[in-house]
Structures are given as structure tokens and as C-alpha cells.
Design a binder for this molecule. Structure first.
Ligand code: XIL
Length: 464
């Protein structure tokens, strides 16, 4: 080798080394979206159209890059209940089976919605529609029981501008239709996370965002079973990404729900689009309870808004600048930072320090470590809803003056249930679920159940 060639070779090695050092963070980088997201315990998903699975470019990208799957249309009301009380799960099952066979989880979408209703439902109203809707929620959630990670129980129920509810045939059955749908979904599949999902709820200053926020706050206060809020996040010129998105995500998270980005697409191209994608990912990573991101399709040509080229892969399946920017942002998550790791406890309220009891004044001898009459913890049962032959109850478990690591609540002997969530039932005693045993001093957590027969009276239960 000539001197000059040796020099060039040495330079190439040095340059290559520098490039590797600059682009690979200390933690091994994920080379696919799903692997990169998994580094901080999150998922990365896409919407799948069943009829496209036979397109090998489509299915190989979907399989390689994503580990959470949403059926783009196949689990909606019109697809699953084409005539009243006759259910057809063939298209939905095709997607679910593909996902399961490839080791992926599924977000169910959507149980109750004003849009894509079967024609028989569109003209219905009043109590007949209410019953039909609840029957739909129950039967579909029962079919997929134990198979879906989460359900969009109610989709798009808020008005676009005034912060109130959207007018629809479902809304006209009574304002409580949303909570009725959530209760029916919980009863049908107690292990699925139950989400409210909507669009134009990304900008914290918008009335619609505040309307949904107030509903979720009210649901949490009254024990309506809601676990998560889905932000569709279809961004374009009319509904642009705003830097207060992170505030939106963290504010909802502070209500004690998981937040998920459920239908992300960002119209545009090049570095502008790539940059907005990066900011969305960084905002999710900054919020512990933001557990995953789903983009609404694979290639631009698969998008419901293909004219806006809003996705991560081009029409040929090539990776766009937006793809690289998302991958790098996911890989930049610091897995040692507890605020970015959703596995740390997504329902934990980041605004509260569980070790800090605001009622305790350490300088006041009378209130320092006061004897707690209820001991380790207390438990209070309330009846959320009841109907002939059954009822739904919530039990609030509150730690005493010290934080606790695990709790046991004895149910009234009259309780007969085979449907209990956020706890483990054995022999009339409920112990904490793996994720809600640690309760800070003076803080509380809840579990719930649907009981058979008549409801016990509300009141205190034994907690130990
Ligand atoms: C869209 C699908 O992508 C289209 O194929 C279909 O024609 C209409 O619905 N909000 C939602 C999604 O919750 O279900 C919608 O999906 C997009 C907007």
C-alpha cells in the first residue's frame, strides 16, 4: 500500500470511529421504532388495514417496525355489528390474529362513536339506541376479552369549538351515555385499559381540550372506570402542533390516567415534518404516563390523508426524514431517568410527592406521627351504579399516616363477584394488584368490581 493509500485508510477508520461515537448513545440504540421505544418501556404502533396485509412491502414494514396494532376500520361499529345483534368479527379477528402471531399487542378501536355506525343504528334514538349501544359495547368487548391491551371505548364525543359535547344520536340519549359505555366495557373486559379518544385535544388552550379534561377529572372523582386518554394528534395547518402539547399530556396524566398518542400523522415534508415528529416524541418521553405512540398508517400512500404525506414511510416503503428523526428521538430517551420510564407506574401522580403528607406538621408535637385510629389503612366502599340483579362498586383504599407497601381489604360477606379490577380477589379478601400496592401516607388508590345480587350498603371495610 502506498503511503498515501495508508493515510487515506487510516483517516477513513478515524472518521468512521468518530461517526459511530457521535450517533450511537451509550445505551445500545434500537434500529427499529419498536425496539427504540422499548428502551424506555414504551410501545410504537400503527394502524393496519386488513386488506393490505397481503402486500408484502406493507406487512414486512409493519411487522419489523411496530409492536402495537390498531385496526384502521375493522373493529368499528359498522364492521362488527352489520345488522342489529348479529356480530361479525372476521375482519377484526384477522388483524388481531396477525398481531398476536407476530408478537404484537392490540389497541381496540372503537366501541361507541357517532361516526361509522351501521345503518340500522343511525336512525335510532332514545332508550332503544342506548340499549343497542350498550349491547354493542358489551358484546364486542366480551368477544375480545383478554385479547386487547386497551379499548377506545368512546371516540370523538366532544364539540369542535365550544368545549361541550358534540351533538349526536348517542349524545341525545342522555349526557351519561359516555360513562354508561365505560361501565359496560369494564364489566365485559375488566383487564383492558379503557380510553377516551379524540382529536383537536392536543392544544392545551383549546376549549375542546379543556372540555375533555374536565370530563376525565369528573370521571376520576366519581369512580367512573377510565384508565387512559387517547390523543389522536392528526396535525396539519388547521390543527397545528403547539409546544403546549407537553402540558396537555402531563395535565391529563396528573389526573391519574395513562395518556397515549393514538393516531399520529403530521402533514408536510422534509425537515419541517421531521422536526415536528421529533417534538411529539420528545413530549411523550417527557411524560411518564405517556405509554406509547401509534401512527395512523404505514406509508404515505396508506394514509387516510395521503395528499398530506403525513407518515414515516414514503409510497415505496422507504424511510423518510421523519422516520429517522423519530428513531433518534426514541433512542435518545434516557432509560435511567424515572420521568421517562412509563413502567415506573403510569398512574402515579407526578405532581404529588407520596412521601409528603401535607397534613403533617413536623414541628408540631401534637401532630407529629399522630396515632392513626384506622391503623395501617382504611377502605371505603361506594356503590357507583346498580340495576336489577347487579351493581358496580368502588373501594377507596387510603394509607394511614405512613406509606404502605401492599394492602388487604375484606369485602362484606354478601358480596358475590367474578369481575374485579385493580386488585386480586381470593376468599372474600382483596389484595393489591402488582401495580397499586404502594400508597403514600395519606394517599389513596381504588379498586372496583361488578357484583351479582343486591348491593351492600356503602361504608367502611376492614383494611390491613
Ligand atoms: C379513518 C380511517 O383511516 C379511514 O380509512 C376511514 O375511511 C375513516 O376513518 N379518527 C378516528 C379514526 O378515530 O377511526 C379515523 O380513521 C380517522 C379519524
Amino acid at each position: 500500500m502506498s503511503r498515501r493509500a495508508r493515510f487515506a485508510a487510516a483517516l477513513a477508520v478515524v472518521t468512521l470511529g468518530a461517526t459511530i461515537a457521535a450517533t450511537i448513545p451509550a445505551q445500545a440504540a434500537g434500529s427499529t421504532l419498536k425496539d427504540a421505544a422499548a428502551q424506555s418501556g414504551r410501545y410504537f404502533g400503527t394502524a393496519i388495514a386488513g386488506f393490505k396485509l397481503s402486500d408484502s412491502t406493507y406487512s414486512s414494514i409493519a411487522n419489523r417496525e411496530f409492536n402495537m396494532i390498531t385496526a384502521e376500520n375493522e373493529m368499528k361499529m359498522d364492521a362488527t355489528e352489520p345488522s342489529q345483534n348479529n356480530f361479525n368479527f372476521s375482519s377484526g379477528d384477522q388483524i388481531l390474529n396477525w398481531a398476536v402471531q407476530n408478537g404484537k399487542r392490540v389497541r381496540g378501536h372503537a366501541l361507541a362513536w357517532h361516526s361509522q355506525q351501521p345503518s340500522w343504528m343511525q336512525g335510532m334514538s332514545g332508550s332503544a339506541l342506548r340499549s343497542a349501544m350498550l349491547n354493542h359495547v358489551t358484546k364486542v368487548a366480551e368477544h375480545y376479552k383478554g385479547k386487547v391491551y386497551a379499548w377506545d371505548v368512546v371516540n370523538e364525543a366532544f364539540d369542535d369549538s365550544n368545549g361541550g359535547r358534540r351533538d349526536s344520536n348517542l349524545q341525545r340519549t342522555g349526557n351519561d351515555w359516555i360513562e354508561a359505555a365505560f361501565k359496560a366495557a369494564r364489566a365485559a373486559d375488566p383487564n383492558a385499559k379503557l380510553c377516551y379518544n379524540d382529536y383537536n385535544t392536543d392544544n392545551w388552550t383549546w376549549a375542546k381540550t379543556q372540555g375533555v379534561y374536565n370530563m376525565v377529572k369528573d370521571f376520576k372523582a366519581r369512580g367512573v372506570p377510565i384508565d387512559c386518554v387517547g390523543f389522536q394528534s392528526h396535525f396539519n395547518a388547521q390543527s397545528a402542533y403547539n409546544s403546549n402539547y407537553r402540558t396537555t399530556l402531563s395535565s391529563f396524566a396528573a389526573l391519574g390516567v395513562e395518556v397515549q398518542i393514538t393516531e399520529l400523522d403530521i402533514e408536510g415534508s422534509g425537515s419541517q415534518q421531521a422536526d415536528t415528529y421529533r417534538r411529539v416524541v420528545e413530549d411523550c418521553l417527557a411524560v411518564k404516563a405517556c405509554t406509547g405512540i401509534t401512527v395512523w398508517g404505514v406509508r404515505d400512500s396508506d394514509s387516510w390523508r395521503s395528499y398530506g404525506t403525513p407518515l414515516l414511510f414514503d409510497n415505496n416503503g422507504g424511510k423518510k426524514a421523519a422516520y429517522t428523526s423519530v428513531l433518534n428521538a426514541l433512542n435518545a430517551a434516557d432509560p435511567t431517568d424515572p420521568t421517562t420510564d412509563p413502567t415506573q407506574d403510569p398512574t402515579d401522580d407526578p405532581t404529588q410527592d407520596p412521601t409528603d403528607d401535607p397534613t403533617d406538621d413536623p414541628t408540631d408535637p401534637e401532630t407529629t406521627n399522630p396515632p392513626d385510629p384506622t391503623g395501617k389503612c382504611s377502605a371505603a366502599l361506594t356503590i357507583v351504579n346498580s340495576w336489577p340483579g347487579g351493581y358496580q362498586a368502588t373501594v377507596t383504599v387510603k394509607a394511614g399516616s405512613s406509606s404502605i407497601n401492599g394492602w388487604r381489604v375484606t369485602l362484606p360477606s354478601s358480596v358475590n363477584t367474578n369481575n374485579l379490577w385493580n386488585g386480586v380477589l381470593s376468599g372474600g379478601v382483596v389484595t393489591n394488584a402488582p401495580y397499586n400496592g404502594s400508597v403514600g401516607a395519606g394517599q389513596s388508590t381504588t379498586f372496583g368490581f361488578v357484583g351479582n345480587g343486591s348491593a351492600p350498603g356503602a361504608g367502611n371495610l376492614t383494611c390491613a
